[in-house]
Design a protein around this ligand. Structure first.
Ligand SMILES: [Zn+2]
Length: 812
């Protein structure tokens, strides 16, 4: 699963409460569900979908074997809204069954012996609360929004639309037979067995012949066209709306090569019968349903590729990686979910590294690092813990660190062992450690203890002094990470290691060449001596190559930093140096070093970061920023425009205006909107009007203008914002922001949208109340409005929201 950044942060703040008592225990089997049978196969037959009542007809035939003698009752998960119309055995004889809440108990005619096989069929009238298991979408007169249905199983939602064992530790094969209106396509897992038209309908049968987890069962019903591609004879299909046909190939055609790279790196050939990627509306990002990934329908246009769209850089390779990590080998329980998500987040960096080189790989993980620090700052948690907030970025970073520690050969051999040993099965965190032990011969108990089962990361405080008589460099290295996490209500308390243990390299630059020394970090407080430094250092790099996930506090002369910025190939190191230099706003040598990097660094990210930092040097930055504005990379130009907004003044404003009018990148133009509003507040209105009229991918430019309206609190735009909120979500958030600042008219308009005829508009308005307004303000407004709503769904949705908001823990 991969959410957009915004949604990801929202869902993280709602992480479930924890109830475990021991980190290592829960990371392994503590959270695994016991079950009395082994699910073998299900045949899921669905038809008669009705969008108004979110209902359908269902029938599921289940084959399982007993895992204990005398098994006289079979317990399945089945949503309370599914109404069974009959349960029969393989010969058609009725079986007794009880359906209470979300649990179904089926009683076999006679108790099963250990290992006995039972097949039975449950016929039911299906109905879902829209969004639980299945999401029914109506066009609502909105553009780019055909009528459709999509399923979403992870973590525990597939039982809302078919009875099954809804936990990841019992894999099965399955067949899915869907009868849909003849103009629609039904996409599911595995190979397409048949596609038969009959009257006004069409029946498609898909068969998933290799076992996988039940939360990965998927169904999408929508009018879609198929763009066909292949990898080594395996169908690779892209299902999109007809109007998106021309955008599909440039976006998705990277897939076969990614499949090849992942197959080669892991030594495990892509394991499924086909790979489909299907786009749908209102999706949170992507979901790795086995062999049939579901993705949001935000296909980039041609111009958007100048801004390296997230969709291709992360989303596609992330979901593809899950086909190995998550679908082929699956976490045994949700406390080890980082085995799914950490690997899926790690693999795209490997792909881009193979494709584009080391800098692209470092670039990828630098972004993960930024995300991780933000999350850890809110609450440090172990990777292996239920509801862990950092499994994506920290998982990726720890795996990259492990790869560097072991070296690629031993690392990939270990991954191969892990995948093969648990193929079409489940694994826990310790199984991965065992695979390393087997393939690389090394017991990484200490590494798992520090990085998987405990929280935090080393926070280094380093000081250097040169001893010219002994010709040595003395370093004091302190680890300052606090271990002050509090226990929660269950008594669970996460620990942070007092001292992380890791080998790393110190590189000392001198006039006679570099002195490079491998050292072992193992204590909270440590002295390190680097001998053979024959003349005064010109730079000192602590952890050369950035092999350890860390923060670093290391006061150095500007001259050292400037030398490192020129010489150090590592992007994290450079970013750290730029941060140091950016703080020295009165130091002309620091400004010179940044200007030099902004114009000449060999990778765009460094140029962009240096250009951004120049915004803090208003008296000298302009010439360097003018150069940066001509950079071939849109990210550098964006950063330069942002810096122009910081320094202000007529020449900067003129340059930013030119970028808004003429730059070929959406991101640069959006940055220009922000810069101009910041630097020239008297003319903000004019800029906003211009920007609102510029179409862009994902409304990047328009949204920059809307943000400006919210931040400048310019209520003269309320009518314009309101008219936009009839077709998209973000303007509703702006109304909420204006309303929260006391604008009654904005609040009135937003309240009216709660009662709109269109489900999407109602939902956006309600989300705006919930996520873009202080809770007490939103609650009182919703409570005041609920009884006046005329749309029955609207009243119910607002009531549900009020209840959830009232019971939400403050500060969670
Ligand atoms: Zn994922």
């Amino acid at each position: 699963m991969r959410a957009t950044h915004v949604v990801l942060l929202l869902s993280l703040s709602a992480a479930p409460a924890l109830a475990q008592s021991n980190a290592a225990l829960m990371a392994n089997d503590h959270y695994t569900r016991s079950h009395d049978y082994d699910l073998i196969r299900q045949r899921i037959v669905v038809s008669g979908f009705d969008w108004d009542s979110t209902s359908f007809q269902g029938s599921v035939t289940t084959t399982l074997t007993a895992l204990r003698p005398g098994l006289d009752s079979i317990i399945l998960d089945e949503g309370a809204l599914l109404q069974n119309t009959g349960v029969t055995d393989a010969r058609g004889a009725a079986l007794r069954a009880d359906h209470h809440g979300d649990t179904l108990v089926v009683y076999p005619a006679a108790p099963l012996k250990y290992g006995d096989t039972l097949t039975f069929t449950i016929a039911y009238q299906g109905r879902v609360k829209n969004g639980d298991g299945l999401t029914f979408i109506t066009p609502d007169g909105l553009p780019h929004r055909p009528r459709q249905i999509w399923s979403q199983g992870e973590d525990h939602n597939n039982h809302y639309w078919f009875p099954t064992y809804d936990f990841p530790n019992d894999k099965m094969t399955w067949e899915l037979v869907a009868t849909v209106p003849k103009e629609d396509m039904a996409v599911s897992n595995g190979r397409l067995v048949s596609d038969v038209a009959r009257g006004g309908t069409r029946t498609l049968t898909w068969s998933q012949d290799r076992a996988s987890a039940t939360y990965l069962v998927s169904l999408i019903v929508a009018p879609l066209v198929r763009i066909h591609d292949t990898w080594q004879g395996i169908p690779v299909d892209y299902y999109v709306y007809r109007e998106d046909s021309s955008r599909a190939w440039p976006l998705f055609h990277v897939t076969p090569e990614m499949i090849g790279t992942y197959s080669r790196l892991t030594g495990v050939r892509y394991p499924w019968a086909k790979y489909a990627q299907t786009t749908v509306a209102d999706f949170f990002g992507g979901m790795e349903n086995v062999s049939a990934t579901t993705l949001v329908d935000w296909l980039p246009d041609a111009r958007a590729y100048r801004d390296r769209p997230w969709y291709q850089w992360i989303l596609i390779p992330h979901e593809l990686a899950h086909q190995w990590f998550g679908d082929y080998v699956t976490t045994e329980n949700w406390a080890n979910m980082w085995l799914n998500e950490g690997f899926a987040e790690f693999m795209p960096g490997q792909y881009w590294g193979q494709e584009l080189g080391d800098h692209a790989e470092q670039d990828y993980y630098a972004d993960e690092y930024r995300q991780y620090l933000q999350i850890d700052h809110r609450r440090p948690m172990p990777l292996a813990s239920l509801g862990s907030n950092n499994i994506y970025p920290k998982g990726a970073l720890v795996l990259e660190m492990l790869k560097h520690y072991l070296g690629p050969e031993r690392f990939w051999a270990s991954i191969h062992t892990y995948l093969e040993r648990h193929a079409t099965g489940n694994a826990t965190s310790d199984d991965l450690r065992q695979a390393v032990l087997e393939a690389a011969g090394e017991n990484l108990d200490w590494f798992w203890s520090e990085w998987v089962y405990q929280a935090g990361y080393p926070q280094f405080d380093v000081a250097a002094s040169y001893d010219s008589t002994q010709h040595q460099l003395n370093l004091t290295v302190k680890q300052t990470q606090p271990d002050s996490l509090k226990a929660d209500s269950t008594g669970l308390r996460y620990s942070v290691p007092a001292a992380f243990r890791m080998p790393l390299t110190v590189r000392v630059g001198t006039a006679q060449g570099d002195v490079v020394r491998r050292v072992e970090i193992s204590a909270r407080d440590q002295r390190i001596t680097i001998p053979g430094v024959m003349s005064a250092p010109t730079m000192v790099i602590f952890d050369d190559g950035n092999r350890v996930l860390k923060s670093l506090n290391f006061e150095q002369p500007t001259a050292w930093l400037a030398t490192q910025l020129q010489r150090d190939p590592d992007l994290w190191d450079r970013q750290w140096v730029i941060g140091q230099l950016a703080a020295r706003t009165t130091d002309s040598a620091a400004a010179r070093a940044l200007a030099d990097a902004a114009g000449r660094a060999d990778y765009y990210l460094t140029r962009a970061q240096a250009a951004e930092a120049l915004g803090r040097f208003p008296s000298v930055a302009l010439p360097a920023l003018e150069t940066a504005l001509r950079d071939t990379s849109a990210a550098v130009r964006s950063a330069a425009v942002g810096a122009l907004g910081e320094i202000g003044g007529a020449p900067a404003i003129a340059l930013a205006k030119r970028a808004l009018a003429a730059d070929s990148s959406y991101a640069v133009r959006a940055a220009a909107v922000r810069a101009l509003v910041q630097a020239d507040s008297a003319r903000a209105r004019e800029v906003i009007v211009t920007a609102l009229a510029q179409p862009s991918y994902q409304d990047a430019i328009e949204n920059a203008a809307l943000r400006a309206i919210a931040t400048t609190n310019d209520t003269s735009f309320i009518a314009a914002v309101d008219s936009l909120s009839a077709t998209k979500q973000f303007p509703a958030f702006v109304l909420a922001a204006l309303g929260a600042r006391g604008n009654a008219h904005a609040l009135e308009l937003l309240t009216r949208h709660l009662d709109d005829d269109r489900a999407a508009v109602r939902r956006w308005a309600l989300q705006a109340f919930r996520f873009a307004m202080p809770r007490p303000v939103a609650l009182s407004r919703l409570q005041g409005a609920v009884d006046g709503l005329t749309h029955p769904d609207a009243r119910q949705a607002v009531r549900d929201a009020i209840q959830q908001m009232s019971t939400q823990r403050s500060g969670s």
